[in-house]
Design a protein around this ligand. Sequence first.
Ligand code: NAD
Length: 309
Amino acid sequence: MGTKDTGSNNTAKPNIAFIGLGNMGAPMAENLLKAGYALSVYDLSAEATKRLQQAGASVADSPKEAASNAQVVISMLPAGQHVHSVYLGDNGLLAELPKGTLVIDSSTIAAADARVVAEAASKFGIDFLDAPVSGGTGGAIAGSLTFIVGGSDDAFAKAEPILGVMGKNIFHAGDHGAGQVAKICNNMLLGILMAGTAEAINLGVKNGLDPKVLSDIMLQSSGRNWTLEVYNPYPQVMENVPSSNGYKGGFMSKLMQKDLNLAMQTAKDTDVETPMGAKATELYEAHTLENGDKDFSSIMARHDSSVLS
Ligand code: NAD
């Protein structure tokens, strides 16, 4: 247990409980500490909490204890079932929080799951926001994440200054679940663009073109897209991208697959056709069997396995 007295904060800043201190949550929580917020933290992993304790947070033994003196709760958990268990399960946190507490869940989960938690929260008089992020671990460390938020105007206004400490662009996408929908629309498009760009470069290379020359041509032509601009999937076309570093770091293929699966689930639940998204999901599903921990641009290896060597 830490010793910091979160109740003696003499600024107008609310006390914050932060739950889930993994690759994303830990640096996000550290940025809140640096900005002067009093933090009480909880994670299942003692190693994860130790890092935050050293940075000045008080460590709790349960989500309930972490939130006992907090006006705001932030969670950054792996998936929907973890969010469900923290807020709704046995000893679920929602039933324990005082009315008026603001809960911000930044995990990437299904929009339907976010709406279930939001509805339960409203029955307890608690404001819930889904606030998934874009920007990866680099953005979490730099405090430059993009937050894509769903929930009420009032809750969004309360959350904005706090999210502004951890991120640069804060969007209010709409009502509950809208943050998650916008996030998976973006990542579905990104998966399609990456798979398509890898396919086009491979077609050119197999027909005798230099991948850099072809990339430069497409970059100045109508095939231009984000992957060609800043994240080329072919090794040595660009410096300082995962493809030029053995596909290490960046955004893991298994996380892209998780987001594509969420997009497919949302499409199915709402009876919307996403044929390109379905194809990208199929490609990443096969690719992650052996390459889940490699950056998602390693989908290039589907066409040319020599790029992995
Ligand atoms: P992670 O696996 O590194 O961290 C998750 C943390 O949650 C772990 O420390 C784990 O011990 C903890 N945890 C799990 N269940 C818990 C519980 N019941 N109570 C308390 N703690 C619990 O995951 P991450 O990379 O930090 O990602 C978190 C979320 O952010 C995911 O939903 C992911 O999809 C999303 N995301 C990740 C990235 C990325 O690049 N890593 C980018 C954007 C969004």
